[in-house]
Design a protein around this ligand. Sequence first.
Ligand SMILES: *Cc1c(COP(=O)(O)O)cnc(C)c1O
Length: 454
Amino acid sequence: MNDLSQIPSVDQILSGKEGLSMVEEYGHQATVDAVRSCLDLVRKDFLENGSVVPDLTGLLMMIADLLRERLKPTLIPVINASGVIIHTNLGRAPLSKSALQAVCDVSGGYSTLEFSLETGGRGSRLIHAESQFQQLLGAEAALVVNNNASAVLLSLTVLTRGKKVIISRSQLVEIGGGFRIPEVLRHSGTELVEVGTTNKVHLFDYEGAFSEETSAVMRAHSSNYSIVGFTSEPEIAEIIKSAHAAGLWFFDDLGSGALLDTSTYGLKHEPMVQESLAAGADLVCFSGDKLLGGPQAGIILGKKELIDQLKVHPLARAIRADKMALSALSATLDHYIKGEALVRVPVWQMISADQGSIKTRAEMWKKALKGGDLVEAQSMVGGGSLPGETLPTTVLALDVDHPNQLLEILRNGSPSVVARVEDDRVLLDPRTVLPDRDLDFINALQTAWSKYEK
Ligand SMILES: *Cc1c(COP(=O)(O)O)cnc(C)c1O
């Protein structure tokens, strides 16, 4: 066609069989908008470029493509075959089955989020995880907020604003996503006092900085880097003793928040929440979705007199945790209370997965694909914990001419699969693929493999 008068009207398109089925699938307004956009485009293209006007079939295809594109969700599940367990870009910790069920149960209807069954009156959302942390860790008090960055900001804003906080130069960390400890201190209105050097800090460095205006000593765990070689730092128990003797608080930003000992699984020992509390830290904060293996959350544990001040501050309201995070967190903590975290919390199942069963799965993948080689490789904990630390694993390695092209095909498959390239080979690590996704994974892999031009 090369005549504008032959372009159908919006109504003609909508009342046709295809138009009606698009309305059925995508809704009236979205379909009308897409039809208008396409007709405008066709008119413009004809007038400006003299392009041929597509026939009705062509128009309908254009509209359907545009609708599909416009309504395509951007947040979708992927299968993580990268071998990085707490993959920040892939949503960090996957939730346990019970945590997922709790989110559905609590959020698909009404709940006791802020309701007391006893009195029939108002309750507090702050009690849910708090009682579990008291039971599990003997913490005096607990507060759960949106994430650990906001937990640190809240603690400093409420407790040390207008005063000085001492921190070692070796700990002036940037976590990623622009979260830098020195900047968070500044935003909280706290004055940062740096002590020691990048590689060494001594107790006398801390003590030399104590003054009338000092309010606290802080430790920020070097989550995502390690300083090796000629280094030393006092034990936190020593720093805490000294700080307390001078009437100062000690705040510990642990980051990953391990409740189980990573060294049991051949990894370096990641500082544990229990250790900080036992050493006498006044406040300890960490993420819910790193080594705890739960939902995104910032958890603050410690002295009741401090946490009570945090709870009533207006900023606490602005960064509060929602019912989905609180229900998932409660269910996750339950696994720890029952002593079943290792076999129920996905992050810990992956960390503790035995090499034999990983290899068996890699063999099964290889058989299904009729291709690739089994290769010894390393998985990583990731997510700003245990930098440089790895776990031995067996991967399915695909030796291809264009590994990045295969990665792209895998990414764009259904389901989407994220893998990694090492030494020009595509590596697929069973450790981070949840076993109940194995069948979907194999399907996606076979499809990608057949699409790839070998
Ligand atoms: C990860 C991390 C944070 C930030 O935690 P989010 O939950 O991502 O906000 C803060 N401090 C340390 C030491 C961390 O490792």
